[in-house]
Write a protein that binds this ligand. Sequence first.
Ligand SMILES: Cc1cc2nc3c(=O)[nH]c(=O)nc-3n(C[C@H](O)[C@H](O)[C@H](O)COP(=O)(O)O)c2cc1C
Length: 346
Amino acid sequence: MKTIFDSTIIRSVSLKNRIFRSATWMGMAGANGCVTDAIVDVYREYARGQVGGIITGFTSVSPCDGELPGAMRFTGDEHISGHRRITEAIHAEGSRVFLQAAMLDTYVPDASGHGGLKIVNDLTHDDMRSIVDTYANAAARAEKAGYDGLQIHAAHFFGLSRCISPLYNQRQDEYGGSAEGRGRILVEIHDAIRQSVGKHFAVIIKINCSDFIEGGLTERDFLVVCEMLSHAGIDAIEVSGNYTSRTNVRAGVGEAYFKEAALRLKSRVPTPVILVGGLRSIETINGLIGEEGIDYVSLSRPLICEPNLVARWLAGDTRPSRCVSCNSCYHTPNHQCVTRLHDKDA
Ligand SMILES: Cc1cc2nc3c(=O)[nH]c(=O)nc-3n(C[C@H](O)[C@H](O)[C@H](O)COP(=O)(O)O)c2cc1C
């Protein structure tokens, strides 16, 4: 039977347990999205806390992308040395690290080289090609910086999740018209990344299982797109959804809120499935992995609250996460946990 503390391998990336830190924007980057000492320290703390796989926060990979305040950028070779500090700090503690490659929206370059926002319906085939190239170039840089893999961010109504959502994509050409058409850009991105990196580098994706909005991406669309990605050879799929950080969740109450979609995906594809969203107790996680067949779980707010949570569980203190899912961490400086801040003040 699978257990939470199994050592596993995704592609060639060895992981010491089945727990990921889900991508979490920390708002701590410096000018032009550069990596700061504070960012390196936080990632080191997660790795010392025994998180097996760490996915960085939202990192803009397009030079003409909009700005998410304090989010990292990885848009040129000048960013490689900063990102190398992150990968070296995490590797020194025996964990693995994936770059979350994101675009705030569908920003594309124009003739001046700067570019701007175009809605999905207006993207030309050259624009599509430039988005694909942007991801392939980012992956090559990520590999140079020492990342073990890259996560394509296609969730939460940021750039690529708009391309697959019928709410934003009403195109009738080969990039629209059906779930297969809307999903094409993700497969092209996956394939271009694979061409630009070595065979050991893992390519994973975070994707909405539903937009949970009338007229948006449905679970059926999600399954179709994931089957296409699985067929293309994606290395793992992290199942998320809109309304991603739900409140009123605690141990035994409302946990694992994207579980049903993840299990239906699991029954259709051989690709490893990572489940995120409201996981707060080791009992729930053990049930998902040991009995229900989920391959990996991913945590965001519980690790903001307790960076050493996994080490605590490993040491035998299996009390649930102290996170009460209040979402204050979205609004505090550097997205810190208010419970933790109170503890420090006490
Ligand atoms: C402060 C904060 C920042 C987040 N930033 C990102 C991000 O950069 N990329 C992303 O895909 N999800 C982001 N998320 C969503 C989480 O990765 C996760 O999907 C969600 O919070 C549900 O998991 P949880 O219940 O373990 O927190 C963020 C969540 C929080 C609370």
